[in-house]
Design a binder for this molecule. Structure first.
Ligand code: PLP
Length: 397
């Protein structure tokens, strides 16, 4: 039973050596959630589509309970919960559905700081002639410019896409106000709540958005599971998905995701409070160790575990390579290709190039301690200061 497979993984350093502070990219599965997932995989392995026997019935019932759980936690109806492989698939389903129910081209409004999963899907639809995009501007804190939203809505819009909280600089958006404004114009709203659930209050019934997007691996659940919550969605409106066959549900992932959301609902508020304090300590410590450090994004309406900084004169790819094996943080952008592109979020905020080239995203998490924060501050500051001195005179800051 206790056999281990050996994994031949290529990396520059062993895992144990590095402190993990990249919780916007993904979170470790909470051991309590992992226990549930393993139990479901090993014991409740029935096919939830095959309800002709006890195993299948139990699996189907576990999926139904996970829907109930998610719905209850988020103030939604269980029948409106559609499990997916994650946020990207949920976004693609939602936008495809919106295209399907609008006879002409979908008039879609997107904030300039949305995740690439939204932007790339909409751009693809535009290239195919199925959508016409209008862009909503943001200010230098990545906050939505409400007058830009209004003028875009004035032009006629079917679907507005905004996130509940930004995955790079942590900005929290006034989504209730945005949904209200959009509905005055008869537009549906897609809320990408991937980074937000459990970290800020969300009541979907009160919100009244047409589509809400969630992902398991951002909330200490497994990868490969997420949800679209929508009172308007139907598979039948999407070409190719109207057939009778539905894929075999990922029962263990779905149940584990439901439990991870429950833990966020139960513990999220206290955790957010703790992480905001640790984040503020890290921010102050880094500012004291790194001359001229810039904190990007808003200081108040910000995700509690988010710290996004720039250290002009220290190119971020070089800083990250110095931190390999010590602290895992990121630039926050271009997460799907691995390529280091300048962040479209920081560009939309109109930050100067030296800020964009040196930006670092730090994401604290459930297991982060005060000692971790101190260690991270020292390591990150050392890396930045070291890179700065090797690049001084080379870069025009
Ligand atoms: N939306 C936001 C705001 C995200 O942060 C991410 C992941 O980085 C996604 C969507 C895509 O999520 P998933 O990895 O579940 O497809």
């Amino acid at each position: 039973m206790n056999e281990h497979i050996s994994l031949n993984l290529h990396a520059t350093a062993p895992l144990q050596a590095a402190l993990y502070l990249d919780h916007h990219a993904t979170t470790p599965v909470d051991p309590r959630v992992a226990d549930v997932a393993i139990r479901m995989m090993v014991e409740e392995f029935g096919n939830a589509n095959g309800v002709e026997n006890t195993h299948g019935e139990r699996a189907a019932s576990a999926v139904a309970q996970a829907k109930d759980r998610l719905a209850q936690l988020l103030g939604a109806e269980p029948r409106d919960v559609y499990f997916t492989s994650g946020s990207t698939e949920a976004i693609q389903l939602a936008i495809s559905h919106s295209i399907g129910i609008h006879r002409d081209q979908l008039r879609i409004a997107i904030s300039r700081v949305e995740h690439k999963a939204v932007i790339d899907t909409a751009l693809h639809a535009e290239r195919l002639g199925m959508a016409a995009i209008s862009w909503i501007d943001v200010d230098d804190k990545a906050q939505i410019d409400l007058s830009s939203l209004r003028s875009v809505l004035d032009g006629g819009i079917d679907l507005v896409c905004v996130m509940a909280a930004n995955n790079e600089v942590g900005t929290i958006y006034p989504i209730a106000e945005i949904v209200r404004k959009a509905s005055e114009y008869g537009a549906d709203v897609l809320i990408d709540a991937t980074q937000a659930i459990g970290r800020m209050p969300l009541d979907l019934e009160e919100l009244g958005a047409a589509y809400v997007i969630l992902s398991g691996h951002k909330v200490y659940g497994p990868k490969g599971v997420g949800a679209l919550i929508s009172p308007v969605f139907e598979y039948a409106s999407i070409f190719g998905l109207q057939g009778a066959h539905h894929p075999t549900p990922n029962v263990s992932g779905i149940v584990a995701f439901g439990f991870a959301c429950e833990l966020m609902a139960r513990e999220g508020e206290a955790e957010s409070h703790r992480l905001a304090q640790l984040r503020d300590q890290l921010q102050e410590r880094l500012k004291s160790l790194v001359p001229g450090l810039i904190v990007n994004g808003p200081q108040t309406e910000r995700l509690p575990h988010n710290l996004h900084v720039s250290a002009p004169g220290a190119p971020n790819d070089v800083v990250l390579s110095r931190l390999r094996g010590k602290v895992s943080i990121s630039t926050g952008s271009a997460c799907n290709t691995g390529a280091q592109e300048p962040s479209h979020v920081l560009r939309a905020m109109r930050l100067p190039d030296p800020y964009i080239d040196s930006c670092l995203r730090i994401g604290l998490g459930r297991t982060t301690t005060a000692a971790d924060v101190e260690r991270a501050a020292v390591e990150i500051a050392e890396a930045i200061n070291d890179v700065r001195s090797s690049f001084s005179g080379v870069l025009d800051v």
